[in-house]
Design a protein around this ligand. Structure first.
Ligand code: SF4
Length: 83
């Protein structure tokens, strides 16, 4: 299986760990527009069903999987935190 390392510097995310690493077992990167229009449960586990879209610049993309540490919505998207 392909080993992928996701580096991230958003340290108030539930999936972020020391060393600037993402411990989510999968993430969804989307356009800002998609991220702002869809609820938390629309995320990486549904990726195959989602329609791709153009962003135009890196500033117009976001991590849809982000969830704040301690949030009550941590399990809303069914993404797992790896140990
Ligand atoms: S889920 Fe997204 S925002 Fe959170 S640590 Fe991973 S890459 Fe960063």
């Amino acid at each position: 299986m392909n080993q992928q390392h996701i580096h991230c510097i958003v340290n108030d995310c539930h999936y972020w760990i020391q060393g600037n690493k993402c411990q989510a077992n999968e993430i969804l990167v989307s356009t800002d527009e998609f991220g702002s229009q869809h609820l938390d449960h629309i995320d990486a586990t549904m990726a195959k069903q989602l329609t791709p879209a153009t962003a135009g610049s890196c500033m117009a993309t976001c991590c849809k999987t982000y969830v704040a540490k301690g949030s009550k919505d941590i399990n809303a998207d069914s993404v797992k935190k790896m140990s």
